[in-house]
Ligand binder design. Structure first.
Ligand code: PLP
Length: 392
């Protein structure tokens, strides 16, 4: 009998894709499903980006590109980071990758092995833990707490670092909570990291433009002392409504860049060429499309938070970033948030994700992605209200 190596038995999943498949299956049976499960903007990619990719194909951009991406795109990433965040980055250390997820996969693969510990947010994006398990490293959850605004606590994070810690994964604005870690807390965390020079940092900043109520993004790039061990994850999927294009970018420290380049050569050669020209147009073209989408997300955020707080047994803190609400559902009488999410899909036709799919500390919560129309959000909330009243 053949079987894969043991790591694949430990490898996890992103349940949002299973919920998406189930929602599609129910819809194919004729059920009317409102999908607040998967985290992808419901907008179309702005037209000028689509046109640039089509033009690239027409212009004969059919071949392999350099494995870490076409040079104009790497330069545009550096220019964009400078314009938006005021940070200087070396375009020679930027790698264009097929999705932000590939950067976390690569970073964890590079740093994880039996005997080492990797710190990751819990609740957090499920692939962090999945990949840590795959490498045989010990996953060490950093609790992310509602009473702390779903922000990282510098003190609690630093306390978890041991001699064996090799990587710390940060994510702000965060999936699944919408939490934003305040600058003062990041200052404290970075100051504490000075005592742990062997710990690399993976900062997942894919939601850096999804901030509300005047919040400003604190990028880990603004701390020169950790630059030589910082891996920065970002991309186009969320900001420009390009999830299916499979595009992302990473900034690697000098010590890891060659490994990232070799991984690309071994695994995907390069990112698909016309998509890279689309990404170039996204960064060099007008940015009002981003502002418009974020303003629309902000309107929906209010709608979803107010609606959730009006449901029996549900309380929802106002998220400051990303496009997720993470309501506390412990008052509904459902002791398993996963069962509640599943019942909402099967019985009420509303797809959400159970908090435990994001880690043990997600019990008692469900995640709603408000990347859906105001009309659909209103329909979903009404169905949830009816369901919670009926099933009580
Ligand atoms: N990081 C976080 C926190 C995410 O929520 C996601 C997508 O849901 C990603 C990374 C991956 O993005 P991409 O679709 O570009 O691979």
């Amino acid at each position: 009998l053949i079987r894969p190596v043991a790591g694949f038995e430990r490898m996890g999943e992103e349940n949002a894709f299973a919920v998406l498949a189930r929602a599609h299956a129910l819809a194919a049976e004729g059920r009317d499903i409102v999908n607040l499960g998967i985290g992808q903007p419901d907008f179309s990619t702005p037209a000028h980006i689509v046109e640039a990719a089509i033009k690239a194909l027409r212009d004969g951009q059919h071949g392999y590109t350099p494995s870490t991406g076409i040079e104009p795109l790497r330069l545009a990433v550096a220019a964009d980071v400078h314009r938006r965040l005021g940070a200087e980055i070396d375009p020679g250390r930027v790698a264009i990758v097929p999705g932000g997820k590939v950067t976390m996969f690569s970073a964890i693969l590079m740093m994880g092995e039996p005997g080492v510990e990797i710190l990751y947010p819990d609740p957090g994006f499920p692939i962090y833990r999945s990949m840590i398990e795959f490498t045989g490293a010990r996953p060490v959850p950093v609790p992310i707490r509602e009473e702390n605004g779903f922000a990282f606590s510098a003190e609690e994070t630093l306390d978890l670092i041991t001699q064996n810690t090799r990587l710390l994964i940060l994510n702000s604005p965060a999936n699944p909570t919408g939490g934003v870690t305040p600058k003062a807390e990041i200052d404290k965390l970075v100051a504490g990291l000075a005592e742990h020079p062997r710990v690399a940092i993976l900062s997942d900043e894919i939601y850096d433009q999804f901030l509300f109520d005047g919040e400003e993004h604190t990028t880990l790039l603004s701390y020169p002392d950790i630059r030589d061990r910082l891996i920065l994850l970002n991309g186009w999927s969320k900001t420009y409504a390009m999830t299916g294009w499979r595009l992302g970018w990473a900034l690697w420290p000098e010590a890891l860049f060659e490994s990232a380049r070799k991984l690309a050569v071994n695994a995907w050669s390069c990112v698909n060429a016309p998509a890279q020209f689309g990404a170039l147009a996204a960064l060099t073209g007008p940015q009002d499309c981003v502002a418009q989408m974020v303003a629309e997300f902000d309107r929906r955020r209010h709608l979803v938070v107010e609606g959730l707080n009006a449901l029996p047994g549900v309380s929802c803190a106002t998220p400051k970033g990303a496009f997720y609400a993470f309501p506390n559902v412990t008052g509904t009488g459902w002791t398993s948030a996963k069962k509640l999410a599943s019942a909402l899909l099967e019985q009420a036709g509303v797809a959400t994700i159970g908090g435990p799919d994001f880690g043990v500390n997600g019990e008692g919560y469900i995640r709603l992605s408000y990347a859906n129309s105001a009309e659909n959000i209103t329909r979903a909330l009404e169905r949830m209200r009816q369901f919670l009243v009926d099933v009580r």
